[in-house]
Ligand binder design. Structure first.
Ligand SMILES: [Zn+2]
Ligand SMILES: [Zn+2]
Length: 191
């Protein structure tokens, strides 16, 4: 069977994925669109797997998990992000910079992602989803939010400091809301 054409997203029916022993199986409720998904689709990122299901800003309920998973239960809400696996042993992993791991794997590039009814994620790389947070409006926190939050922390912005955002896009618009939360309406009283 020929692989998919660059830039073309096709809807297909597939058997439900089976989680690996250390993975969760998630019923996807929402999945954002990231520029990296379009890079995968257009072939700007060289294919690691074809066909692949894109989507790495996913949120959904855990419906099953592998036998080695601890700390997660069916019914929990999990977020799925771009960084999916790392080696856990190299210098980058051991110094808290696992995003630089040479053996890292990515959701929607190396393994199938969230543009599906069901998706798998290694439990150690799944994010707990706070109760009451709407998956549809907040799914992009799983990529744009992570990038922006990391950059904001690294900027060491002091309270009341001035922040410049360059290349304004998905992460910057999230970061702007974090850095300068909307002001509450002020109540004034006159005497
Ligand atoms: Zn992304
Ligand atoms: Zn590593």
């Amino acid at each position: 069977m020929a692989g998919p054409s660059p830039g073309v997203l096709e809807q297909v029916h597939r058997p439900a994925p089976t989680p690996e022993p250390d993975e969760l199986l998630v019923q996807v409720e929402a999945c954002g669109v990231c520029r990296a998904d379009l890079h995968v689709l257009d072939g700007d990122l060289p294919p690691h797997r074809s066909p692949v299901v894109p989507g790495h800003e996913a949120v959904g309920h855990v419906v099953a998990h592998g036998r080695d998973v601890t700390g997660w239960a069916v019914g929990d809400v999990a977020g799925i992000a771009w960084l999916r696996r790392t080696c856990g042993r190299c210098a980058a992993c051991r110094s808290g910079r696992e995003n630089l791991c040479q053996l890292s794997r990515y959701t929607g590039w190396d393994d199938d992602g969230g543009y599906a009814e069901l998706a798998t994620v290694p439990a150690d790389y799944a994010y707990r989803w706070p109760a009451g947070l709407d998956p549809v409006t907040h799914a992009p926190l799983r990529c744009a939010g992570i990038i922006g939050y990391r950059a904001l922390r690294r900027s060491e912005l002091p309270t009341g400091g001035v922040l410049g955002l360059y290349g304004f896009g998905a992460s910057a618009h999230v970061t702007a809301q974090l850095a300068a939360p909307p002001r509450r309406a002020r109540t004034t009283s006159r005497r």
